[in-house]
Design a protein around this ligand. Structure first.
Ligand code: HEC
Length: 235
């Protein structure tokens, strides 16, 4: 009997410990530093989605509802979660444990205090207008709000504006608006489409050097049609 009681109490304590402590002890200024781990994939600007959805205005809202973000996992869409201290505490401790099969590739923050601090920051940052608020309060630089949004590619110099791409044997020959044609090994060329309004002008794909060696490039098109318009097999 006694042993059974002790076990039951132990289990309850264990569950309470797993759920973590109230976030009242979180420090938003320290949490702002933790937020650095999120900026590669999230912005705090409304509607600006990166690899992950914009977090602007999500505090107190149902999960997987950010306007215009179409890459949510099935699990998160079905979860019926509302983002608050408790749900964020579980999510940030271990996203995969809360939503198996989630697309958020993040191994979680194991330290309770670090998580509390981050959540105290998120309570401000994920409130409506939170992106501007956390900058004006000096908690994070403007860069953190923007997230790692790729740089705009408009107004490119002529040696980066692509006029034609021909593929021959194991190579791409990339012609640019300055009249030159440069060969690249086919495995060193990546094709991307950037449909954002800061992407390349339609009809003017751009070539961007990628990597230090200078033998790798990315070609960025304004839309999918341009892939067939600009690239052909020709020796
Ligand atoms: C490697 C990219 C990546 C990193 C790093 C990352 N996230 Fe995410 N996050 C995502 C993706 C992708 C989703 C969508 C997950 C899904 O649909 O399963 C997401 C979803 C979310 C959501 C739910 C959004 C919604 O619309 O319901 C929150 C909240 C969130 N992340 C917070 C964070 C925080 C805070 C951090 C930093 C501690 C972080 N994320 C780090 C990619 C990332």
């Amino acid at each position: 009997m006694k042993r059974g009681m002790a076990l039951a109490v132990g289990t309850l304590l264990g569950v309470a410990a797993m759920a973590g402590h109230a976030r009242a002890d979180g420090d938003a200024a320290r949490g702002a530093k933790q937020y650095r781990a999120c900026v590669a994939c999230h912005s705090l600007e409304p509607g600006s989605h990166l690899s992950g959805p914009s977090l602007a205005g999500l505090w107190g809202r149902k999960a997987a509802q950010a306007d215009g973000f179409i890459r949510y996992s099935k699990g998160l869409r079905a979860a019926e979660l509302v983002w608050d201290e408790n749900t964020l505490n579980a999510w940030l401790a271990d996203p995969e444990a809360l939503i198996p099969g989630t697309f958020m590739v993040f191994r979680g923050i194991k330290d309770d205090q670090a998580r509390s601090d981050l959540i105290a920051f998120l309570a401000l940052a994920m409130a409506p207008g939170g992106g501007d608020a956390v900058v004006s309060q000096g908690l994070v630089p403007r860069d953190y709000v923007r997230g790692q949004k790729p740089d705009p590619v408009r107004l490119a110099p002529t040696d980066t504006v692509v006029t034609r791409i021909r593929h021959c044997r194991d190579s791409y020959f990339i012609a640019t608006a300055d009249g030159t044609e440069t060969p690249y090994w086919e495995m060193n060329v990546r094709f991307k489409v950037d449909t954002r309004d800061t992407g390349p002008e339609p009809g003017h794909p751009v070539v961007l050097r990628a990597g230090m060696a200078g033998d790798r490039v990315s070609i960025v098109f304004a839309n999918i049609q341009e892939l067939t318009q600009f690239i052909s097999e020709a020796c």
